[in-house]
Design a protein around this ligand. Sequence first.
Ligand code: SAH
Length: 459
Amino acid sequence: MLKKDDQVTIEIEDIGTDGAGIGKADGYTLFVKDAVIGDIIKAKVIKAKKTYGYARLMEIITPSKDRVEPVCPVARQCGGCQIQQMSYSAQLKYKQKLVRDNLARIGGITDCEVLPVIGMENPFNYRNKAQYPVGRNKDGKVVIGFYAGRTHSIIPQTDCLIQHECNKQIVETVLEFMKKYKVTAYDEKKNKGIVRHILTRVGKTTGEVMVCLIINAKKLPYPEEFVEMIRNCGINLEIKSITVNINREKTNVILGEKIETLYGHSYIEDYIGDIKYRISPLSFYQVNPEQTKKLYQTALEFADIKESEVVWDLYCGIGTISLFMAQTAAKVCGVEIVPQAIEDAKQNAELNHMTNTEFFVGAAEDVVPTQYEKSGGKLRADVVTIDPPRKGCDEKLLETVVKMAPSRIVYVSCDPGTLARDVKVLVERGYEVKRVRACDMFGGSFHVETVVGLQRKSM
Ligand code: SAH
């Protein structure tokens, strides 16, 4: 066993779920952040447990063939991108392997083909939403940037390479405004000071931009001056919405409930494929619209919907997948726990003149079984799509889905572990995995989004 501060030379052989490299020193497993499979490195133990430990990458002795110089100057400190030091093609292969390994290890599914990951043309500047924390450094100076990994200390950085290019000018303008009008930055520890976060959203298709300042105050001082400065910040896109969001709580949650519009609308609009969505600062909307389109197209392809068919879209958010499916299906029923999201879903259906949708508010594991009971066990679906948060589905929900006897189930997931666990349940209850394909929504990070197409076995 190794102990803290021991230095070892190891070869990285695998990669953990959080993107850290994994190597062995005399049979003892070490997790090393920033190390790539194939690297031979010198590492220093920072935390030693009984059977494994964590080490810091000290020196790369022989770099892996998959290692690249990260494009971002703060890639190592920042908590945002964990695997930027891996070439993009290696990142995609790693994500494919992660999905395959999880399905085999947790789901016991080894006989299905896991297709290559759908990658991005350019794995930079892909996000449409940015949230910059605003605070002070040790000298009391205002800093805007990103949180360092696992902490709340802010690394000053206005030019994040996975964000839209216009963010740099917006963030620098906010900094200038704060200096000029002596508007204070929020101090997390004391719950004092005004500006907490800057939230921006860009409609990639429409070119509409939203700027929302999250403040710890009833009102923003100098609101007209702020609007003027933001409107003239020099970006070549149209600023459609400037708002403030009031958050006076001592909390890690970024947004408060109240929003005040300072200029333009309280929302922007954007498209995924041919479908238009209205996005407010509080709504959930996929952060990478180009890849989202490919993700939904994959889901649609796996769903193979006929015009006469009924679809249930569980965990539907603002109805993104529902509306995509409603282009072909006879009817789509969406279920979502957040009431505001359901309001947005209904509005989005209207915006796109879709009358074949119905939305239910509530936990999917309550709503679906209740609707099933109400129908006297007659509720049926031809296709069910499931897109849960990381923790996956409740077994009660999966059981009811099986009773509804859809001929196809499409499971979209952001966590390969819970995906494998839930798919196993469906396989045990009469479904077989037809196709698996991940789509890369978050280049440079370990996150992976997967679509699994299941078919009911003929009894
Ligand atoms: N399908 C949507 C949203 C997916 S994110 C899209 O692609 O945009 C997962 C969604 O599940 C979130 O909107 C979250 O609010 C919702 N959710 C979380 N727990 C839930 C539950 N128990 N029942 C229904 N919806 C839930």
